[in-house]
Design a protein around this ligand. Structure first.
Ligand SMILES: [Cu+2]
Length: 496
């Protein structure tokens, strides 16, 4: 058995022993059966299972907070690695105006990222802060052994536990708390990623990022203000109020957006803490050149649009950036992205490369009837342009319903914590030019609308001058707003 081979050399560590669930004789039978089953696969693992711990160099693992990834491991030999992680219950922001009492590894959601090497012998210490109300433990999916470490790390508040394990399998693994009720500890934020690098390391890239998706279940609805308690009933029904990247709505947008330069090779270590939902991870405006499906060690597919990240699982995606763009990370179960928070941004800075993407170059009248009609130009009339204020309002309402209402809502009230209101919005009404720029070029970063902070991403929608003039005339003169009409020429003047 692998574990026995390891523990022969392991230091004596006191761990709370749980009552075995199977009888001794049944256990013996299983051990024999497993030994037979595992023997051939061990032959494939390049690791020498016999190690002399005294000869191993020792080091402390450098843990990093998302989206930062610990540096690649350069040593080509196993080491004895010390990892120290603290569990802590902290009140923090879940969305603007919304707080939550997170149960965490390291004070953050996700917990710190751990990076070790295949063959390393790890001494893992879990400390539970004295202020905790709950006991916690850790199940690292990279660990071969009882509970993935959960049994050896069960720790009451104000205590610490140490156990050791050998990193037998390379890959990208979730770790999470597995203290009963397990679902609740995970739902409250207790998960992170541990990367076990293969012996020869991973291919070199220019930038690496650490992104973990997960859901939150709150007593109130999405955006309801104040400190929101966990809702067990919603969690059991899998009705998530929030689906987020890196622990909160907007963690990866605005100031939190991750950055790269044109021409760089990017690798994202993606995890899914769940507790329930599977992620359809997608980056709008890019194609994954390589996917290490399920966080394994092989590139299993090239040229992938969306990759599945199971709850309690991971994926590694790689792509090269070819032109400047704001790439949007989403769970392509798309209401989660635009209505529950599963949205992030990777800003690729540098040259726009028109050989790869031009942006809009032609805005022409589309004649679906084709050539036959085109020979009779008098019948191929363009949609009448709005001239009067009333015509602009009417056309603008149509544009609003088609292009804006999904986010700002039919009644212009927006959605709390996500989409600012346009109805009686000081931001919209204070500055006509600025409002044109918002619709023309999109908007991101912190803004204040009627005294409330927003930090979201409004995409540029690719509307023409006429549509933008009409929709802005409409929103600036509806729901109690009162302003002058916007003309296409004013939009044109701001188009660069
Ligand atoms: Cu816990």
């Amino acid at each position: 058995m692998r574990q026995q081979a390891v523990s022969r050399n392991a230091p004596a560590v006191k761990t709370p022993v749980r009552t075995p669930m199977i009888s001794k004789s049944a256990q013996r039978w299983w051990l024999t059966a497993l030994a037979v089953l595992i023997a051939p696969s061990l032959a494939h693992s390049g690791i020498d299972l016999k190690i002399d711990l005294k000869k191993l160099p020792t080091e402390e693992a450098k843990l990093t907070y998302a989206p930062e990834v610990p540096p690649p491991i350069t040593r080509r030999k196993p080491a004895r690695v010390k990892i120290h992680l603290e569990t802590k219950e902290v009140k923090k922001r879940l969305a603007d105006g919304v707080e939550y009492t997170f149960w965490t590894f390291g004070g953050t959601v996700p917990g710190p990222m751990i990076r070790i090497r295949e063959g390393d012998y790890v001494d893992f210490t879990l400390a539970n802060h004295p202020s905790s109300k709950m006991p916690h433990n850790i199940d690292l999916h990279a660990v071969t052994g009882q509970g993935g470490g959960a049994e050896g790390s069960f720790t009451a508040p104000g205590h610490s536990s140490t156990f050791s394990f050998r990193a037998l399998n390379p890959g990208l693994y979730i770790y999470h708390c597995a203290t009963a009720p397990v679902g609740m500890h995970i739902a409250n934020g207790m998960y992170g990623l541990i990367l076990v690098e293969p012996e020869k390391g991973l291919p070199k890239v220019d930038k690496e990022f650490y992104v973990v998706q997960s859901e939150f279940y709150t007593k109130g609805k999405y955006g309801d203000k104040g400190l929101q308690p966990f809702d067990m009933e919603k969690a059991v029904k899998e009705q998530a109020d929030y689906v987020v990247f890196n622990g909160s709505v907007g963690a990866l947008t605005g100031d939190g957006a991750i950055k790269a330069k044109v021409g760089e090779k990017i690798r994202i270590f993606v995890g899914n803490g769940g507790p329930n939902l599977v992620s359809s991870f997608h980056v709008i405006g890019e194609v994954f050149d390589n996917v290490y499906q399920d966080g394994g060690t092989k590139v299993t597919q090239n040229n992938v649009q969306t990759t599945l990240v199971p709850a309690g699982g991971s994926s590694i995606v790689e792509f090269k950036t070819e032109t400047a763009a704001n790439l949007i990370l989403v769970d392509h179960s798309i209401f989660r992205a635009f209505n529950k928070g599963a949205l992030g941004m990777l800003k690729v800075e540098g040259e726009h490369n028109p050989a790869i993407y031009t942006g809009k170059t032609v805005d022409a009248i589309y004649l679906p009837e084709g050539g036959a009609i085109q020979t009779m130009p008098q019948e191929a009339k363009a949609a009448p342009k709005a001239e009067t204020f009333e015509e602009r309002m009417k056309a603008g309402k149509g544009v609003y319903t088609a292009s804006c209402a999904a986010c700002h809502q039919e009644n212009g009230m927006g959605l709390p914590g996500a989409f600012p209101p346009l109805a009686k919005a000081d931001y919209l009404m204070a500055d006509k030019k600025r409002s044109i720029n918002v619709v023309l070029h999109g908007l991101e970063g912190k803004i204040k609308v009627n005294g409330v902070d927003y930090d979201g991403v409004m995409p540029a929608l690719g509307l023409d001058d006429e549509d933008i003039a009409n929709v802005l005339t409409y929103v600036r003169n509806t729901w109690g707003n009162k302003g002058e009409a916007v003309k296409p020429s004013e939009v044109k003047a701001l188009r660069k």
